[in-house]
Design a protein around this ligand. Sequence first.
Ligand code: GRF
Length: 192
Amino acid sequence: MNLPLRIAVLGSGTGSNFAAILDAIHARTLRAEIVLALTDEPTSTFLTLAQNDHLPTAVIDCGPHPLRTTDASQQAIHDHLLAARPDVIVLAGFMRILKDPTLTTFADRILNVHPSLLPQFKGRHAVRDALASGQTTTGCTVHLVIPEIDAGRVLAQASVPILPTDTEATLHARIKQTEHTLLPQVLSTWPH
Ligand code: GRF
């Protein structure tokens, strides 16, 4: 029998996708173990979730500017990941742009979950942009991470309706519900 999938998860915020992965592991629908939960936000719910489950964690000071993560912190992220020996790395609401050396070392093994049907609505305001577009459908995407933002190979997508009464918050909450099913599904059939 194969060994459990070794997953490293990177997050910065509420960690609801991380919670969905943990739920799937606990429910045994995903045969995996979390070998590292890494964050740039020491006060995040993401980190609390990992600590509550007594999982290995790392908190990296990525510097004050969200768009300018320092080279030293990119190296620190890489070194923590290398030591954890993950089969797959999941960006689950990680608000930093991941660069080399991590992208090269772990090429084709890094996943991101994004709240739109890529290639539509790339970037940080995907939900707001979908709402402003006037479309009646958006969705979520699990894709491989490459240097170009939100542009790696799509592994899975699911659509979500946009309701006339939606705000950015209500729409994002509905998209996240779908992400919580899609992401563990992709992991349970890894490698792709
Ligand atoms: C999700 O909507 C994901 O698509 C985006 O960031 C959000 C993370 O939410 N990349 P959470 O921290 O998992 O609740």
